[in-house]
Design a protein around this ligand. Structure first.
Ligand code: HEM
Ligand code: HEM
Length: 241
């Protein structure tokens, strides 16, 4: 779905998004493994349980969610059904991993006796995962199975794209709030050097995530080629579905 008047194609932005996603994934892993002691689902050091949270929410939810959105622009020559299936599967995996990442944050809180859902970050996080799941179910029912009539699909598509971008932006904002909150905890409670290597690494990761989001949004509102694919190309649902 391209915005009128933008005289660029999606290709450079999809490439930038892949690179930025890979860089963000490496940075969050380096942070949690090299600076924060690693990841574990069961451990006496409960911080290792927490560490799964930023890794899985960023790589599994945000970066995979980015790739799911980009799919229509990365493979513009794929037939629409294949692109749709890949879009659904990637968003589905992202939703499950996002929920698992949140479960790890709750597990960490519960095992350490810390209160749940007291922060703006956690409120944004719950809102994001719930809206993301709702967006997925509506998308599935409307565009895939059982699928609405072609007229309804056409009318619903701009809303799907708009709300999809909105919930994606919510995920980005939640991520940034999470980085800020964790870094602030470390600076206040364990006296982490405000200008040290770790603080620098986390802030750079936040910047990379912001640039990733910008690239994905520009790619999603610009055409894959010089001109947009016609909007009336919804194939009838295959018999097996
Ligand atoms: C879209 C991605 C994310 C979502 C949906 C999300 C969601 C959540 C939720 C729902 C909680 C509350 C858990 C509870 O109350 O027991 C939480 C806690 C937390 N998250 Fe995230 N999170 C995300 C990314 C991140 C990232 C990247 C960080 C960076 C370190 C982070 C840092 C934290 C911290 C420090 C807590 C514990 C304090 C609190 O409850 O606010 N989060 N997160
Ligand atoms: C939370 C999950 C989802 C999010 C965040 C989301 C988001 C988006 C976004 C941002 C676009 C625009 C991409 C572009 O034009 O480059 C899009 C397109 C689309 N999505 Fe989703 N989507 C989700 C789930 C689904 C599901 C489950 C289906 C079921 C088939 C679906 C079907 C479609 C279709 C048919 C398009 C139009 C592609 C086109 O021809 O331009 N989406 N989605």
């Amino acid at each position: 779905m391209a915005a009128a008047g933008l005289c660029v194609t999606a290709a450079p932005f999809t490439k930038a998004a892949h690179v930025l996603g890979a860089v963000a994934a490496v940075l969050v892993l380096v942070w949690c493994i090299c600076f924060r002691g690693g990841l574990a689902l069961e451990h006496e050091d409960k911080n290792l349980i927490f560490n799964i949270h930023p890794v899985v929410t960023l790589i599994g939810f945000v970066i995979l969610g980015s790739e799911a959105i980009l799919i229509y622009k990365v493979f513009p020559t794929w037939d629409h059904d294949t692109a749709k299936r890949t879009h659904i599967i990637l968003h589905g995996i992202a939703t499950v991993l996002g929920a698992f990442g949140i479960y790890c944050a709750f597990k960490f809180h519960n095992e350490k006796g810390i209160a749940n859902l007291y922060s703006l970050h956690s409120w944004f996080g719950m809102t994001t995962i719930v809206l993301y799941a709702i967006q997925w179910v509506f998308g599935f029912v409307n565009f895939f199975f059982p699928g609405a009539s072609p007229g309804v699909r056409r009318a619903a598509l701009p809303w799907h794209v708009l709300l999809g971008i909105f919930v994606y932006v919510l995920a980005l904002v939640t991520t940034e709030l999470g980085f800020l909150e964790k870094l602030t905890f470390l600076q206040v409670f364990v006296d982490l050097n405000k200008y040290g290597a770790e603080a620098f690494l986390v802030n750079i990761t936040g910047l990379v995530v912001m640039l990733l989001g910008a690239s994905v949004i520009v790619a999603s509102v610009t055409p894959a080629h010089g001109k947009e694919r016609p909007r009336d190309d919804y194939a009838p649902l295959p018999e097996e579905f």
